[in-house]
Design a protein around this ligand. Sequence first.
Ligand code: BDR
Ligand code: CA
Length: 356
Amino acid sequence: MPGQEQTTIPLIIDCDTGIDDSLALLYASASPEAEIVAVTCTAGNVDARQVAENTRAVLELAGRSDVEVALGREAPLVRDLVTTPETHGPHGIGWAELPPPTMPLSSRHSADLIIQEARRRPGAITLVTLAPLTNAALAVLREPELPLLLRSLVVMGGAYRSPGNTAPTTEWNVSVDPDAARVVFHAFGEPAIVSEREARGLPGRPLALGLDVTERAKMLPEDLGRIASQASGDAAIAKARARTADAPAPRNPVVRYLADALRFYMEFHSRYDGFYGAFIHDPLALAVALDRSLVRSEAVAVDVELGGTLTTGETVVDWRRVWHRPANVDVAVEADAAAFMERFIERVGQLAARRS
Ligand code: BDR
Ligand code: CA
């Protein structure tokens, strides 16, 4: 609105970049209300050092070489790291190739960074996790007051009302570091913390987006065409490049990146999910961190299976309240995926136009 000041939302983004993580970074970079305080890197889709490379290269593509990028613990809390080159490609960004980043890596450890920034601006920062919860867990183990210091915690992770995507009942981010997810859900959802946060006018519980919600955000070659048409007008080339490397490379660097990264992700989804397109889990979670009205949630008791023979990493939800435990997580149950996709296409299209 003319004359009205835009309120900014300070964000720390924790990611395991990753194709959809990279789209979330582009979306954050394209969102005028987002103040990206820092990006913290976690091992997951690829190893943590590769995550840090990809994250910085993508931020440079977006023109955000000013953002602090930190590395954290390079393995899950107690288990061995598993990565997923099958889903995100050998380097985590599909078939895309970006110049090696020139921006430095922060000297701060991710967990320290999260704690220090939260202490510096109590009640201001939203932490959005798009990765295994290793850094968030370490941070809250080191600083138990963290849940009172953050404005909110938004988590992409879990399979609350749907099958898993990693094992029959488990979602990737929780599955890679279930111990960390359990630490976070308990620490942030502890009843005394929830009441104190509510008394301070903050959202009481962490908000989690599981697969049933994030899989509503589907990106198709046509959507890439719409992004391209805002940037350089070569929608047909972008759509073709999302399907085959034989098509010419789009001239716009952001559109070229998106086409080459997404082609790998779309090929993966066409093998496993029956459509030529891609679920963009992480950008939806990022958008919800900026605008909670995109989802409706229910407060429920959630725990994480750590000792199953078939189900380790499952997010177990007490929908029927048989545990009689207080709710510790707000689980998203509905999302306005259409509104989100429109916003994503418009904002990333404008970013691409600026980066021509
Ligand atoms: C999550 O797993 C990762 O592969 C994606 O980046 C997303 O964060 C979806 O299960
Ligand atoms: Ca991710």
